[in-house]
Each structure stands twice: as C-alpha cells, then as structure tokens.
Design a protein around this ligand. Structure first.
Ligand code: SF4
Ligand code: MG
Length: 323
C-alpha cells in the first residue's frame, strides 16, 4: 500500500544551487492479494519512481509504503529479508539487471541463498525447477546472460523474482524492450504464473491496449499524481479524465468509444517535473480548463464508477452519456 507517497529529489548543478524534481506528489494506492494493478502514463510521469518506492529501492521523501500495515522503511532496517521476500521487481531491460559475469544459475540462486530458502545441495535442482516454470530448461543454468535472447533474459529475471515466492512483483515496463511476438509470450507467462501462485503484480506500462487485457485495475498517472483509477472493465469502456482521454484517443481498441473518438490528441510537451503547474497539473494542456483549474488542485473523487482528479469530472462523465 502507498499512502500519500511523495518523492522529491535534488538534481545538482555543477555551479551549485540544485533544483528539485517533483517525481511523486501524493500517491495513494493499495494492491490486493493476487490482483494486477496497471499503472499507465507517459514517460516522466513518475511510474518508475513509484515502482522503485514500492519495492524499497527508493526511500520516499514523505508518506509511506506499507506491507500488511507495517512501514517498509522500518521493515527494511529491522527485517529487510521479510520485505525483500514479499516484494520483488522485474525491470524493463533484463540485460542491465542481470550481472553479466554470473551464470543464470548463480543469478537465480542468489535469492535462495540469501534467504536460506533451501539447502545448498538442493539449490541447483530448485533453480532447474524455477527455469522450467518460466519455460526454460536446465541447459540454461551454466550459461551467461549474453548467450540468451532478450525474451529468455526476461524469463530469467522473472524466475529470479519468483525464487523467493513473493506476494507482489512490480513489473516496470517488462515487455517494452522486446519484439511484439515475444511480448505476448512473456505476458502469457506472467498470467500463468499468477494463476499458479496467486502473486500480485503492479504492472507499469505506457500501453493501455495491452494492460486492459491483463489488469484487474488501472491507474493513469500524470506528473507525479494519479488522475484516474478504477476497474479495468470500467476504464476499458471509457475514460473520464481529460488527460486519460487525450492520451488514449489514438488507441485503436478503445477508439469505438465516442467520447474518446472526439477527444483531441495531446498538444504540447509534458511540463517539467522541476516546475509542475499550479492548480490542476494538467491545466496547461487541458481543452476544458477553467479559471479555478489554474489555482485549485483537484482531489481524487468517485465519479462514474472510478476515481477521477478533475474539477469537471461529472461534466466529463456526462459527455459520454450525451454522445
Ligand atoms: Fe482540465 Fe480543469 Fe479537469 Fe484539470 S481540473 S483536467 S484543467 S478541467
Ligand atoms: Mg520508466
């Protein structure tokens, strides 16, 4: 669970006087056991920072990450093993996350060794089992990452995460570096593994068409905030927030929705997270912005069966009824 999660960091300048990046500005979410929660948005919206905070790789500036109600930072300093066994991460680029000088067997076996999950004599057999669960064979145990394809490396990264039987795996764009045909295989694998083990996923992506098939819930982020969150079934039908609509207006699968079909694609660049706009962070690009949008930050509110961060959410939801 993330509670009012804030992450700001200083970027230095060689001439002194660094500036602050507002990467996450008050993110609340809770992941239920066994579910897939997708987090979608453009690059720079804070998705990867969220992934790193949820997995304890970044310490939040304020707010909390909780595991069964216990604060992650406190757990990491008192009982890091408990947190690391529960929460794992799979990165976009498995080549960067696997040590090139360690064999596949060593990389996967590390978690088993660190957390003393099996006797040393059994480790090789356990690694073999994990490889078969991700569709690879024993033959890969003594190979090095550079001897594998991108898809195989991502299978190894998934096996490494699975080794400690986590309850949550945060997948940060796990297929976006792979060929389209391989993407489908990895998605199917993640689905099968979830059915077998009941592991929950936070699935970070920029691809709504992809996540609506594999997610139970979807959160849309813009400049460090969730702007729309709800059941995948509801968001797959239509989107309410002007940003979500614009971002996905070009998405062929939901283009049948008339409100989306009428939405104009986004214009202008994402404002810098060094200097996020006042009021509603989307007001500089929003075709529906009014005076109050420039000064008053909207809160997330229940509208049309989901939560939306927009002063005009009811009107926006109404436009689909009138269409
Ligand atoms: Fe647009 Fe205002 Fe809604 Fe922000 S609050 S999305 S600027 S209408
Ligand atoms: Mg990213």
């Amino acid at each position: 669970e993330a509670r009012n999660l804030v992450k700001e960091y200083r970027v230095g300048s060689a001439f002194g006087g660094g500036r602050t990046v507002f990467a996450l500005s008050g993110v609340d979410l809770a992941v239920k056991p066994g579910e897939t929660l997708a987090v979608v948005g453009e690059s720079g919206c804070g998705k990867s920072t969220l992934a790193r905070c949820l997995t304890g790789l970044h310490e939040p500036t304020s707010g909390h990450v909780l595991l069964d109600g216990a604060d992650a930072q406190a757990l990491l300093s008192s009982d890091a093993g408990r947190f690391r066994r529960a929460v794992q991460i799979v990165f976009q680029d498995p080549y960067a996350s696997l040590n090139p000088r360690r064999t596949i067997g060593q990389s996967i076996g590390d978690g088993l060794r660190l957390h003393k999950l099996c006797a040393r004599s059994e480790r090789r057999a356990r690694v073999g089992e994990l490889l078969s669960r991700v569709g690879l064979s024993d033959d890969h145990i003594d190979r090095y990452p550079h001897e594998l394809s991108g898809g195989q490396r991502q299978r190894v990264a998934i096996a490494r995460a699975l080794a400690v039987s986590p309850r949550l795996i945060v997948c940060d764009e796990p297929v976006s570096a792979l060929d389209v045909s391989v993407q489908a295989q990895i998605i199917n694998l993640l689905n099968d593994l979830q059915e077998q083990s009941g592991v929950a996923y936070v699935f970070i992506s920029h691809n709504l068409a992809l996540v609506r098939h594999i997610s139970d819930r979807i959160a849309v982020m813009y400049l460090g905030q969730i702007v729309e969150i709800g059941d995948a079934a509801a968001l797959g039908q239509t989107l309410v927030h002007p940003y979500s609509r614009a971002l996905f207006s070009a998405s062929p699968e939901i283009g049948r929705d008339r409100a989306l079909a009428r939405a104009k694609p986004l214009e202008g660049d994402v404002p810098s997270p060094l200097d996020p706009p006042s009021g509603c962070r989307f007001h500089t690009r929003c075709p529906f912005a009014q005076e109050r949008c420039t000064t008053e930050m909207p809160s997330l509110r229940q509208v049309a069966g989901r939560e939306v961060r927009c002063h005009r959410a009811e009107e926006m939801a109404g436009t689909q009824l009138a269409a």
